[in-house]
Design a protein. Structure first.
Length: 357
């Protein structure tokens, strides 16, 4: 590792420690210790283990010991020794960004690891003592066929992780994929093939013992991601680090995205947060509450909705419910309103109906 890179990593870790120590104690004095901690949104394991462990220790000192402490890891950046240091620091959940077990596909999407390195990383995490490991897969990748996806799923199932996340490729503006698509060089699967991939995943993973508890997430019973469930239940959370997002007191924010600017501003004692939309209107917050809850298999707890907003769920959404139920997109039972399997497939249609403004 070059000296400049090592120095930048030290500087970033120092800034992150400073932000944690400045922002976490006041928040957790109000809300109590953090229930979960998640190191992700990039590649935390690109940091040397001693720096990442130091950040974990700083967070624990500021926010207590969480019941679930997850670290995202990309194969190719970790080995058994690295995992052993994380386990010794009381990390108890690993999320591996595998995406595919096809080397050609991995190369096309710019991943630095091979399929065998992904398997080796999983085995290294197990050898280090991790009993809660998640694997991320993607479908709809450039040049991917249904057979390719089936082979990757078979490879995942053979490893027997506790949790699997599956995401369809989204081409976002400003990305290399968007530029390639605009130039006609992005060989995405046809829409019908992408739909076949989705249908295959939704049938195969539950058949293999992975319960679908959210639109994109499957787990063996008891291994659902507590941290992500907090997002979908609108639990407040503190985001720290460059480009981190947070949500407290009905305000969402994003930190300074540029790493160098983030380091400079934190060390100068400046606020690095930028409110995404200020304090949201009650209507917007109610819509978001509904959208997030509907992502889960349980759906909207109508009693909690009434308690949170002071108005019965039926009074707010009663006009749209019969129409969506008749289409087979929604179901209501035992005080919950949830997406059906068809509703999860066409969730955007339901979310559009739940807009109040």
């Amino acid at each position: 590792m070059g000296g400049d890179t090592a120095r930048e990593q030290e500087q970033y870790a120092a800034a992150l420690r400073a932000e944690i120590l400045r922002t976490a104690p006041p928040l957790f004095a109000r809300f109590g210790d953090a229930a979960t901690v998640y190191f992700g949104g990039g590649t935390p394991t690109a940091l040397p283990a001693h720096l990442l462990v130091g950040l974990i220790e700083t967070l624990r000192a500021a926010a207590g010991t969480p019941a679930e402490l997850t670290v995202e890891a990309n194969p190719g950046t970790v080995d058994e020794e690295y995992f052993a240091q994380l386990r010794a620091a009381e990390v108890n959940r690993i999320s591996l960004g595998v995406q595919s077990f096809d080397d050609a596909l991995l190369g096309r999407i710019g991943r630095i690891h091979t399929a065998e390195e992904a398997r080796a990383a999983f085995r290294a995490a197990r050898a280090a003592g991790f009993t809660n490991i998640s694997i991320d897969l993607m479908y709809g990748l450039p040049g991917q066929t249904l057979h390719d996806l089936q082979e990757s799923v078979r490879a995942v199932i053979a490893l027997v992780p506790e949790h699997i996340s599956v995401y369809g490729l989204t081409v976002e503006e400003g990305t290399p994929f968007a530029a390639a698509q605009a130039a006609g060089r992005l060989d995405l699967p046809p829409e019908e093939t992408a739909e076949e991939m989705y249908d295959y995943l939704m049938a195969e993973l539950p058949a293999r013992g992975y319960l679908r508890y959210e639109i994109s997430n499957f787990a063996r019973r008891g291994f659902e991601s507590r941290h992500n469930l907090g997002y979908w239940r609108s639990v407040p959370y503190l985001g720290v680090g460059a480009a981190a997002h947070g949500y407290v007191d009905n305000v969402r924010w994003e930190n300074e995205r540029d790493t160098a600017a983030y380091i400079r501003r934190v060390m100068a004692g400046e606020d690095v947060r930028r409110a995404e939309d200020g304090e949201r209107t009650r209507t917007a917050a109610m819509e978001e509450y509904a959208f997030l809850a509907l992502r889960t298999a349980a759906g909207i707890d109508e009693t909690d909705f009434h308690r949170t907003w002071g108005v019965p769920f039926e009074e707010v959404y009663g006009a749209v419910l019969p129409r969506l139920i008749e289409k087979g997109l929604l179901k209501r039972a035992d005080g919950f309103t949830a997406l059906t399997p068809l509703g999860m497939k066409y969730g955007n249609e339901v979310f559009a109906e739940f807009l109040l403004s």
